[in-house]
Write a protein that binds this ligand. Structure first.
Ligand code: PEP
Length: 250
């Protein structure tokens, strides 16, 4: 039985005061009985997350990590730095990084490796655009994005990642994939992991695959009831403690 996981992606939102109110609100409520919660904050707020959330069951992490570990890479933040701030998770290959920052599948694979080397859990995001879905290319696109990561990892490393299916057309648009559409892609992703080689069936069965794309309190329960959907990656709705908790309790 895979544990459910609900991760908030704050994106480019927050301030010390707003985060304090949000984190206090999440922390004050009883922890969801059947899901682990985590928040992925902008880099400058990781110390605040560490201070407020240490000793709770709520995890925290970053939204990106450098493919490099150290050196002349101005503006980059390396995985060992995230580890120093107690991060458990880091998002890798979010569609906004892929499209606005030119992150290729190879860069996403390298970032995944850097995260694993520092003991972080990379949350590897894959997803198709609306044009790709309408052209019948969903499986080819997410399959290619997944394959780049599978090819770079050992079976042991694969056992330490989380996957997130986030259809680009559903992110921040208010359009959610139906639970059947999402389940079909999740099942396909799990099947691709099984097919990657001998011995991958066990790791595929344990792999947590989150759904992201306009998840809200009123659609979370149905999405999370699908057999291959192991929780959610939540953008907009993670900025309100009440909504984020309602999703965690769904
Ligand atoms: C996201 O940013 O990963 C996301 C899913 O955003 P939203 O929930 O706002 O669609």
């Amino acid at each position: 039985m895979r544990q459910k996981l609900v991760i908030g992606n704050w994106k480019l939102h927050g301030s010390l005061a707003a985060n304090a109110a949000l984190l206090d609100g999440i922390k004050a409520a009883p922890a969801p009985a059947r899901a682990r919660l985590a928040v992925c904050a902008p880099f400058p707020y990781l110390a605040q997350c560490q201070a407020v959330l240490s000793g709770t069951t709520i995890g925290w992490g970053a939204q990106d990590v450098s493919a490099e570990t150290r050196g002349a890479f101005t503006g980059e933040v390396a995985a060992p730095m995230l580890a120093e701030f107690g991060c458990a998770y880091v998002l890798v290959g979010h569609s906004e990084r892929r499209s606005y920052h030119g992150e290729t599948d190879a860069i996403v694979a390298a970032k995944t490796l850097r995260a694993l080397e520092s003991g972080l859990t990379p949350v590897v995001c894959v997803g198709e655009t609306l044009a790709q879905r309408e052209a019948g290319e969903t499986e080819a696109v997410v399959g290619r994005q997944l394959a780049a990561v599978l090819d770079a990892l050992s079976i042991e490393q694969l056992g330490r990642i989380v996957l997130a299916y986030e259809p680009v057309w559903a992110i921040g648009t208010g359009k959610t994939a139906t639970s059947e559409q999402a389940q079909a892609v999740h099942a396909y992703l799990r099947k691709q992991v099984v097919a990657h080689g001998e011995g991958f069936a066990d790791v595929a069965a344990r792999l947590q695959i989150l759904y992201g794309g306009s998840v809200k309190p009123d659609n979370a329960a149905e999405l999370f009831s699908m057999s291959d959907i192991d929780g959610g990656l939540i953008g907009g709705a993670s900025l309100k403690a009440e909504d984020f908790l309602a999703i965690g309790n769904a």
